[in-house]
Design a protein around this ligand. Structure first.
Ligand SMILES: [Zn+2]
Length: 283
């Protein structure tokens, strides 16, 4: 976590502000330079200029940390800790109010989230991509137990945003699985299960999702991990229809008690994973 707030001291911005202050004549008033450039300088004036500089420099020194701190803010809600650029405060407020309610619904489905508030870092898109690569627009990091989201525009209803609510809830589903099983989602279950469950949460819990929410049951002809998001969604939808939402919490509980996934899965659903695949292929 220290990775993020700490390494954002914007040195180019400090340089820019120094240049701006110089240009505006605040840091080095023009007459101060003229006093130094003029050959026949009277010592009284040179001393005056030095005195002004000594007075001004500590003030600028005090301003720089404030400028840096103004870049990022954090906001704690009932369930989340958002870390974001100060200019996005208003949108984060809207998002936070929506998401707290959705998070409570997830707790109703899976069980109480046992960790403190879930950190959500909101990054401007270019920054997210330069920092985390091009593989995704959002991710959950088990090491940090935090969510990172890259956004194009912080406008939860616009067509250009990256569907903030759905993205946060997708990643929050991974955090739930991690918290309730004690295992990184990809280490504690197949990828189709982790991504299918996260997609299921996007579709069933986010209140104003711009993504399609009603996906009809479909045959799954390829192996589940061949398309872990959509095949996984079909599998999770099938399992919850068959055994109820509470079955996910039962499965998580078994994994938390050390039962390997495949065995815990069969104990919970009365099916092996190949039998699940056959059922999805033949329906
Ligand atoms: Zn995911």
């Amino acid at each position: 976590m220290s990775l993020f707030v700490g390494d954002r001291v914007p040195t180019p911005v400090v340089g820019l502000n120094m240049r701006l202050l110089i240009r505006l004549g605040i840091l080095f008033p023009k007459w101060a330079f003229q006093q130094e450039e003029d050959p026949p300088v009277r010592p009284r004036h040179r001393g005056h200029a030095t005195f002004i500089l000594l007075l001004v420099l500590p003030t600028v020194g005090l301003m720089i940390p404030n400028l840096a701190a103004a870049q990022q803010e954090s906001r704690e809600t009932g369930r989340f800790l958002f870390i974001y650029n100060a200019q996005d405060r208003e949108h984060v407020d809207t998002l936070a109010n929506l998401l707290d309610g959705v998070f409570s619904d997830l707790e109703g489905a899976f069980g109480t989230f046992p960790w403190p508030k879930l950190p959500v870092y909101l990054h401007p898109y270019a920054e997210y991509r330069s920092r985390f690569g091009n593989a995704s627009d959002a991710h959950y990091t088990p090491q940090e137990r935090a969510i990172h989201i890259g956004y194009v525009a912080m406008t939860p209803r616009s067509t250009t945003d990256l569907r903030m609510e759905a993205y946060v809830i997708h990643e929050a589903a991974h955090a739930f699985q991690h918290a309730l099983t004690g295992l990184h989602p990809y280490a504690g279950s197949p990828i189709w299960f982790a991504e299918g469950l996260a997609r299921y949460c996007e579709r069933h819990f986010v209140r104003n999702s711009p993504f399609p929410t009603a996906i009809a049951p479909q045959q799954v002809l390829s192996p589940l991990d061949a398309n872990p998001y959509e095949n996984g969604y079909q599998a999770i939808d099938y399992l919850i229809a068959r055994a109820g939402m509470g079955s996910i919490a039962q499965l998580f509980g078994r994994i938390a008690n050390g039962v390997p996934f495949a065995q815990a899965f069969t104990q919970t659903y009365g099916l092996t994973i190949p039998e699940l695949q056959a059922a999805l292929r033949n329906r």
